[in-house]
Design a protein around this ligand. Structure first.
Ligand code: HEM
Length: 567
């Protein structure tokens, strides 16, 4: 009997067996897709059995795929998709995002997890924690120092750091990206531990940078996927083929531990001796009523993301999906420079506003901020034009949910499609600050609320938003009060076109501007210096613009023949 059924099976033509298998797979797939008492998942692309929509997502620019889906599936602003075994909902409407994240915050405030977090020792960082009591303790602490009234106290710190940034740019514009990272990193470090750094050779920063390199090179979403698909692999030795990255797990854990302990303990000793300046750890020790371990981790979570990005460029933060303080703010400053070069009329208006309010050549203070609405609108427009987190930072659901008759399962990854939310306006690719202004040039009241989408949703919303806004404003106002950015010119004096290109972090969350290092791309002009002193030593890279009599310094190596021509 057995034999005959086997014979029957083997005698079936192969094409029929494949058809039967596909049929079974399809019914399984359809069964999976209509869960929870027959309620359907939100609309979305059908996808293939088992692998789901993996092949349909443009991995380089997933926000473009998701925005196309949002348009394709019409008025419904929540799209469902499945990548391998993982459910996703993609929300492309600010209203729905706020509704779910704010009003159902107990369901929508978890974070997706990876087995690599624990393996590499970063699982206790605030931004990676699940929605648990430990996370709540971190948020309580961070709120102490990052609430608007608290960050307001640091005005002098932002301004003096912005002036150092200006000095660095004037001194050596070639490394402008490094200056931006140093600026945002230094102020965040000072805010966290009250520790002033003068350069990237600070031992703590070097350690964090090395850690960032390990995490960036040895841990990738692909490796995370491997361990999630085959959890037992983590118990195999690191020499096992394909598991070489596990060699780095132990050292990484040690480095994270050192980085959480060392600066915290130093700050604590300074506190005991009465010399610790106002900072996060100062507030934690004075008012924070939580375990010391939580305080160390909460501080390290802010600090780790920032210091690693100073030199090696985004390493830690890309991989961890850390919505990093320094990295995001530095990326925004780069985009500011790009916008000023591509839209000289906008730059001219910013200069005019600054000169009218401050007087030409004077540096700003925060008292000037309310009188500079155009500059504020430029900062709002920067993030709308080129959001740093085009897909926000993913949340996950803690339980099943039903929204408008659609089923959203527990453990579903929730993507906030910030890109789509910033494209629903006329001519979205055009940089136009006046979108955020009334007809008489004042900032429209809703602009600030809409800007909030770049800092996340619900209980997970970025605790550093106000701090970031101060830091960006100080840098932008200080730089633009003195500097003018322009496209570079070739040897014949023609402007060199800039190719607008963005690149993504490994986790494809953060978009970075792509500046090919080899090209002479832009020049920075000190517009406060109108007379060139011939007695001053002529420095490589400086030249005079004879039309404006401005002193100009190339951000990249100035083309020799162009240089000679100007001199
Ligand atoms: C322009 C700069 C910044 C941008 C665009 C930004 C954006 C974000 C976003 C989108 C999130 C995720 C929110 C969500 O899950 O819905 C986030 C979380 C976070 N941000 Fe920021 N951020 C910036 C600066 C900062 C700064 C300066 C700090 C600290 C001083 C900071 C600390 C954090 C922390 C700790 C989290 C994790 C919150 C959690 O998971 O509960 N960020 N940020």
């Amino acid at each position: 009997m057995e034999h005959s059924s086997l014979q029957t099976l083997t005698s079936v033509p192969p094409s029929l067996s494949i058809a039967v298998l596909c049929g079974v797979a399809l019914s399984l797939w359809l069964a999976i897709r209509s869960k929870a008492g027959g309620l359907p998942y939100p609309p979305g692309p059908k996808g293939l059995p088992f692998i789901g929509n993996v092949l349909e997502v443009d991995l380089k620019e997933p926000h473009i795929t998701y925005t196309r889906w949002a348009a394709q599936y019409g008025t419904w602003e929540v799209i469902y998709s499945r990548l391998l075994n993982q459910d996703f909902v993609i929300i492309s409407s600010e209203k729905v995002a706020r509704h779910l994240a704010d009003q159902r915050s107990t369901i929508y405030s978890d974070r997706p997890q990876s087995p690599l977090y624990k393996l590499f020792g970063v699982d206790r960082m605030t931004f990676l924690l699940t929605y648990c009591s430990e996370w709540k303790a971190h948020r309580k602490l961070l709120h102490l120092s990052l609430k608007p009234e608290a960050v307001d106290q640091y005005q002098d710190m932002y301004l003096s750091s912005a002036r150092r940034l200006l000095g660095n740019l004037k001194q050596n514009g070639t490394n402008f990206r490094e200056h931006f990272h140093l600026y945002t990193g230094a102020i965040s470090l000072e805010l966290t531990y009250g520790r002033r750094i003068e350069g990237k050779n600070d031992p703590i920063i070097s350690l964090a940078t090395s850690l960032g390199v390990i995490l960036s090179e040895e841990t990738t979403p692909e490796k995370s996927g491997l361990l999630m698909a085959f959890p037992l692999l983590r118990y195999l030795p690191a020499w096992f083929p394909g598991l070489g990255f596990m060699h780095y797990a132990g050292p990484s854990r040690k480095m994270v531990h050192t980085l959480a302990e060392l600066p915290y303990n130093t700050a604590k000793q300074q506190m005991e001796s009465g010399v610790l300046p106002q900072c996060l750890v100062h507030d934690f020790l004075t008012h924070g009523e939580v375990e010391e371990a939580s305080a160390k981790d909460a501080a390290a979570g802010v600090y780790l993301g920032l210091s690693s990005s100073i030199e090696k460029g985004y390493a830690l933060t890309q991989w961890l999906r850390q919505p990093a303080a320094a990295e995001s703010a530095a990326a925004i400053l780069e985009t500011l420079v790009l916008a000023m070069i591509l839209y000289p009329d906008v730059q001219q208006k910013v200069h005019a506003e600054l000169d009218a309010v401050l007087g030409k050549g004077n540096l700003p203070t925060f008292a000037d901020r309310p009188r500079l609405p155009y500059l504020q609108a430029v900062l709002f427009e920067l993030l709308r034009w080129q959001p740093v987190f085009p897909l926000g930072v993913p949340h996950a659901t803690t339980t099943n949910d039903i929204y408008e008759g659609y089923y959203i399962p527990k453990g579903c990854i929730v993507i906030f499609n910030v890109w789509a939310m910033t494209r629903n306006c006329p001519d979205p690719e055009h940089f136009d600050p006046t979108r955020h202004l009334t007809s008489d040039g004042q900032v429209i009241p809703q602009a600030r609320q809409h800007y909030g989408i770049h800092f996340g949703f619900g209980r997970r919303v970025c605790p550093g938003r106000t701090f970031a806004e101060y830091a960006l404003w100080a840098a932008a106002a200080t730089m633009l009060s003195s500097l003018k950015f322009e496209k570079a010119k070739d040897a014949r004096g023609n402007y060199i076109d800039i190719k607008l290109e963005f690149t993504h972090g490994q986790a494809r969350l953060v978009r970075f501007l792509w500046w090919p290092d080899s090209d002479l791309q832009l020049i920075v002009i000190d517009r406060t210096v109108t007379h060139y002193l011939s007695s001053a030593p002529l420095r490589t890279g400086w030249m005079i613009d004879h039309q404006t009599s401005h002193c100009i310094r190339g951000l990249f190596l100035i083309n020799q023949s162009a240089d000679a021509g100007h001199e």
